[in-house]
Design a protein around this ligand. Structure first.
Ligand SMILES: [Zn+2]
Length: 276
């Protein structure tokens, strides 16, 4: 799944590569997939995208918007898979969930592995979409300060009991994070996935905040995670410390065996010694 870091890398690459290109023809998928959410028919999508020019792309949490000027926004959200640029003359994917041909012969394709939204809105209406409207500050927003984070935890303590992993991966409390980056964030903060928020020390709140900001920044600086592709089909340069490859091997910090457990809808990888 793309998280905020991968979408930020994609947005930057789109801004450097696609801005100003004019759409010759836009198509929704030729490969039916019941977990791809479209909000247009094939005919509407083709008609509304033809002749539009690519404007600014930006990431908001686990959503990527691309202005199609005048007047429209292409929105990808909650996707895994690939969003790829194809230079003129290069082969196009046989199966895709969205394909845009540009006047200069280049193209953009999107395919998703599990699910995802690929929608076209009148500009501004995408901000009204469920999950975007009312989105809390993401780790890349100026509003995501330590004070904000501290208050967020205080507020969550009034509600249902939640754990460290839940804070990072459930209900988009911190939009843009997901199961992949959460493993490294928790390892960096030396906090176990099941640790209850109520048990955090003031120091642990600070450590977790710093780990969120640092890991998100490092994944972006690395061009995304190495298990995801960028706009050019290249893997990112960020290698996770805690993932399936680490399970059963020595912790890079202390040498204890890295454990795997199923918890909250996905596997967790953690060091039982470093992460309390
Ligand atoms: Zn360790």
């Amino acid at each position: 799944m793309f998280e905020i870091s991968e979408y930020t890398v994609l947005a930057r690459q789109i801004n450097a590569t696609l801005t100003g290109k004019t759409i010759r023809a836009g198509e929704l998928g030729n490969s039916p997939h019941k977990f791809v959410w479209y909000n247009r028919t094939h005919e509407e999508f083709a008609e509304l995208t033809q002749g539009k020019t690519v404007g600014l792309a930006r990431a908001q949490g686990r959503w990527l918007s691309i202005q199609l000027e005048p007047g429209y926004v292409l929105l990808f959200g909650e996707c895994g898979g690939k969003i790829l640029f194809h230079p003129a003359g290069s082969p196009l994917p046989v199966k895709y969930h969205l394909l845009i041909h540009f006047e200069d012969g280049s193209a953009l394709s999107a395919t998703t592995q599990m699910w995802g939204a690929m929608e076209l809105y009148e500009a501004g209406m995408e901000q009204e979409r469920q999950y975007i409207k009312g989105m809390l500050p993401t780790p890349l927003d100026p509003a995501f300060t330590f004070d904000y984070f501290n208050h967020l935890i205080d507020e969550l303590l009034q509600g249902q009991k939640r754990s460290a992993k839940s804070l990072l991966t459930q209900e988009q409390t911190i939009p843009g994070l997901g199961n992949s980056s959460a493993q490294d964030i928790l390892f960096r903060a030396r906090i176990g996935p099941r640790r209850a928020l109520a048990e955090f020390s003031p120091g642990q709140r600070r450590d977790l905040y710093n780990a969120i900001v640092d890991v998100v920044g490092e994944i972006i600086a690395g061009g995304g995670r190495n298990d995801e592709s960028d706009l050019f089909g290249q893997p990112g340069g960020y290698v996770r410390s805690m993932d399936s490859a680490a399970a059963g091997k020595p912790c890079p910090e202390c040498g204890a065996t890295v454990q795997k457990m199923q918890y909250l809808g996905g596997a967790c990888y953690f060091c039982p010694n470093c992460q309390q």
